[in-house]
Write a protein that binds this ligand. Sequence first.
Ligand code: PAF
Length: 286
Amino acid sequence: MKVTESVQSLNEYVREQRDAGKKIALVPTMGNLHQGHLDLVARARELADRVIVSIFVNPLQFEPGGDLDNYPRTLAADTDKLLQAGADLLFAPDVNEIYAKDLSKTTQVVVPGLSSLWCGASRAGHFQGVSTIVNKLLNMAQADFAVFGEKDFQQLCIIRKMVADLNMPVSIIAVPTRREADGLAMSSRNAYLSSNERKIAAKLREVMVNLQEKISSGQYLDYQKAARQALETLHQAGFKTDYLAICRQSDLQLAEPDDKDLVILAAAYLGKARLIDNCIFSIAGH
Ligand code: PAF
């Protein structure tokens, strides 16, 4: 596996591979890799001849006062994992390689509408930072495929919309969320949980699955009321809830009773950790 910090050597690698007729898959990450990321790499391996993984903790997507400085950075361990997983190139640039000194003057990509809902409402500028870095990485890697986790469902929708709106020649591939044995979605931010909080954390998934089952079986027709009850259950369990919403998959607006393709989106704090999760499902109609 090649490792580089430089955009120029990434460009050279990409040019060589494309000239040789190789298909490229990109897996963008912020490092601190867990099995969920390795699933993305495995999917990328199935799709393409060459797999590029990027590790870059993107300052543009952290809100002021967020966890940018404390975000876990584990490059040596990540490199070992990627070697095992069969990545071909690890691109791990320094911030100065990616952005000019004054971040406020950098060109940014905005996906309107979707970016200001849900996580976007509580994390100002977050999705603008995500769409900007993903756009830049896709330009650098000239990838045929880019692979993302379904765990960040809103992020996935925003990236798909950016790629469609800007006619970017890349296929966006989604991979199901990898979970711990008790159902907690794997996330680098789970490291912020105390041992007591970790025990409570699985309740988020439990409440969402319960809600999904009740909706699917037609027991809950008033979605707003059902969401309020689920929020209350999480609150009782010790979460500081941000939102829980029953949405339609197409535009992440609140679902109406005749919508069929649904997604439950939720974000909640346990201590310092902000956990997000989702349940993606379709109903046959009642
Ligand atoms: O999902 C992530 O880890 C990040 O938001 C991404 C897509 C790598 C952009 O920084």
